[in-house]
Design a protein around this ligand. Structure first.
Ligand code: UD1
Length: 442
């Protein structure tokens, strides 16, 4: 696999306007859902990122027909016809590249009555079990869902048949909520999910399923009711919602470079957990009257103070903005606290930030961050997607030049990040580099 880095020379304040792309986590669920249609559909505002390319490859391998066209704004429009699917097996190596391949379990179970999947991959931040997904499928009548049924890393489920059930999620799980919605869409009778996740992309996947012909009520609340239907006619167009995490990352990049950026094509209410923290810290976050953009800047003389943040499921503070928010906390006055409440091990990037001058102590799931004046440029490694985005933010604000290696991890979730940042005045370029170049001074 080709390796490349981002070379960033910090110090330029980001200024101007930027458009947000379609949501990565929504489109991955939507693509799996599209595999269930008994007709065709067109997907618009699909982000051109590598996770989407992997999901398209997985769908193609199943036999689905997908054609892709690049729009002027850089997004993709996909024409999808899943009626050519000729297998229930998604067991090739590409499955392990992304976590969201688990959605093919629910979708194939619904479409084919059988589903075979290699254990999924994704960012490595602690254990990422799918026990809740499997327990729910078993409750709906699927066989093969017990942990001892996993054979050589392959799970094979069979619907005997799939029946609606009451599913209580004892941990709020985005993936399990979507996977159960997919399977329940074609199950016999009603499924009720309680303690469901409420993330914006859950609502987007439910809206897409309903456009296909599903009967889903309550998405976005903690109780979702799905009445199974036998046929999903499709034949419609659907536009993916804007990416909450990409929008949040640019809000933070604007703030830490002491810039002034207006972020368009986004949904300000999705940003409230971040906007309110940024306001508390001293930044100005203005929502425009049309309710589709946010401007972030610091008023002259405003002092930026530290704050405490705890990640939790939506509408709490998103764990996928945790690393970027730590960068914000680093450049504030006093001591801040970050409590990672969703993932077991999501502070792997802290040693990289420390190389750039951060002063952070980690105690299990809590990081104590002492404010610093400036970051300094360094060679650091993107340990995962959002950690990589955080290092980009730090490098943009740093004195000197940074190299962020393994930058392909960042491209899993950020469409055209180099061009977007350049358009705001950043000094960033992509350079070919070896896997890891240790910092000469470290
Ligand atoms: C999704 C997102 C990811 C985000 C996460 C939390 C996608 C493709 N990825 O991941 O970016 O960080 O939501 O917002 O949408 N858990 C179990 N058993 C399970 C499932 C989950 O114990 O069967 C636990 C996990 O270990 C974790 C917590 O539940 O501690 C939340 O995970 P979940 O919401 O399922 O995350 P993902 O859907 O994998």
């Amino acid at each position: 696999m080709s390796q490349y880095s981002y070379k960033i020379t910090g110090g330029n304040s980001l200024r101007g306007d930027i458009n947000i792309s379609g949501s990565k986590n929504a489109v991955l669920g939507v693509l799996a859902a599209a595999m269930m249609i008994d007709g065709k559909c067109t997907l618009e505002n699909v982000p051109d990122i590598s996770d989407v390319q992997v999901m398209i490859e997985l769908c193609n391998t199943l036999g689905a027909t997908i054609s892709s066209e690049k729009s002027e704004d850089g997004s993709l429009t996909l024409d999808i016809d899943p009626r050519t699917i000729n297998t229930y097996k998604a067991t090739g190596p590409a499955v392990s590249k992304i976590r969201a391949s688990y959605y093919l379990l629910g979708a194939l179970l619904a479409r084919c009555g059988k589903a075979s999947l290699r254990m999924p991959g994704g960012c490595n931040f602690g254990q990422r079990p799918i026990d809740l997904h499997l327990k729910a499928f078993a409750d709906m009548g699927a066989t093969g869902a017990r942990p001892e049924d996993i054979n050589g890393g392959i799970i094979t489920l069979e619907a005997n048949p799939l029946r609606g059930a009451r599913i209580f999620l004892d941990i709020v799980s985005v993936g399990a909520t979507i996977n159960v919605m997919l399977a329940a869409t074609k199950a016999e009778g009603m499924t009720i999910i309680t303690n469901a996740a409420k993330e914006p992309h859950i609502v987007d996947v439910a809206n897409f399923l309903n456009a296909m012909g599903a009967k889903i009520k309550g998405a976005g609340t903690d109780t979702i009711r799905i009445t199974g239907v036998p046929v999903l006619p499709g034949n419609f167009s659907y536009s993916i919602i804007p990416d909450q995490i990409e929008a949040g990352t640019y809000m933070i990049a604007a703030a830490v470079t002491d810039g002034d950026v207006t972020i368009h094509n986004m949904i300000p209410t999705h940003m409230e957990p971040l906007s309110s923290k940024m306001r508390e810290m001293g930044y100005t976050v203005e929502e425009n009257e049309d309710n589709d953009s946010i401007r972030v800047y610091r008023k002259e003389g405003a002092v930026i103070r530290g704050t405490n943040i705890k990640t939790s499921p939506y509408p709490g503070f998103p764990t996928d903005l945790q690393p970027q928010a730590v960068v914000l906390q680093c450049l504030s006055k006093g001591v801040s606290k970050m409590h990672e409440n969703v993932w077991q091990n999501r502070f792997q990037y802290i040693p990289e930030l420390t190389r750039m001058g951060a002063s952070i102590n980690v105690y299990d799931r809590i990081a104590l961050i002492e404010g610093i004046e400036r970051f300094k440029g360094a060679t650091v490694v993107a340990t995962d997607l959002r950690a990589g985005a955080a290092l980009v933010c730090a490098a943009l604000a740093a004195d000197g030049t940074s190299f962020i290696t393994q930058a392909r991890k960042i491209d899993r979730g950020y469409e055209n990040i180099v061009q977007k940042l350049k358009s705001l005045g950043a000094d960033i370029e992509r350079t070919e580099s070896p896997e890891y170049e240790p910092d000469a001074e470290a």
